[in-house]
Design a protein around this ligand. Structure first.
Ligand SMILES: [Fe+2]
Length: 178
């Protein structure tokens, strides 16, 4: 059973503030990529779409003298850590199941290794799908963070995606009970 929808997440002021900061168009596009990748990799689309939608919710603005400072960002960014915690808090507040909230938080924590010491991370299938969804919408020079989308269109697209996810979980449920 789904506890929280993408539209509920979209409507929350925390999402409006922080997901808009990193780019709503990118977040919606990633959620769609995550849906298709989840089906392909046999991962739960509910978790994958929510994690992909919220994956950049932890971004901070690194400005110096009114200009974006990429060096400061590279040096000090922890958006995956911050986002993981922020998304978890938001999901729990909206009534998400704690197990689902934890899995989504972990997928956000591991969607990039840019802030981690060099090494090798072994991702589980959900975490892998969320990282792939982000990559699928990336543009050179971080341009994907600056694409725009109207609130109306973003909300409508997330509503359509909610319907797809629900149809998929109902189908899954019927197949399991046959
Ligand atoms: Fe991203």
């Amino acid at each position: 059973m789904r506890h929280v929808t993408l539209v509920q997440l979209f409507d929350h002021p925390i999402t409006q503030k922080y997901v808009k900061r990193s780019g709503m168009a990118h977040a919606v596009a990633c959620a769609y990529h995550a849906y298709h990748l989840a089906i392909k990799h046999e991962v739960d689309p509910d978790r994958a779409t929510k994690a992909a939608f919220l994956h950049d919710i932890g971004h901070y603005t690194w400005y110096r003298d009114g200009q974006w400072d990429y060096n400061l960002y590279k040096e000090y960014d922890i958006h995956a850590i911050k986002g993981s915690e922020r998304a978890h808090k938001l999901l729990i507040r909206l009534g998400e199941h704690p197990r689902t909230a934890k899995e989504i938080a972990l997928a956000i924590l591991l969607h990039t290794d840019s802030y981690l010491p060099n090494g090798y991370l072994e991702l589980n299938p959900l975490q892998h799908v969320v990282a792939l969804a982000d990559e699928a919408d990336e543009e050179p020079g971080g341009e994907h963070h600056y694409r725009t989308i109207s609130d109306r269109r973003a909300r409508r697209m997330l509503g359509l995606l909610d319907k797809k996810v629900e149809a998929h979980s109902n189908k899954d449920f019927i197949e399991r009970s046959m």
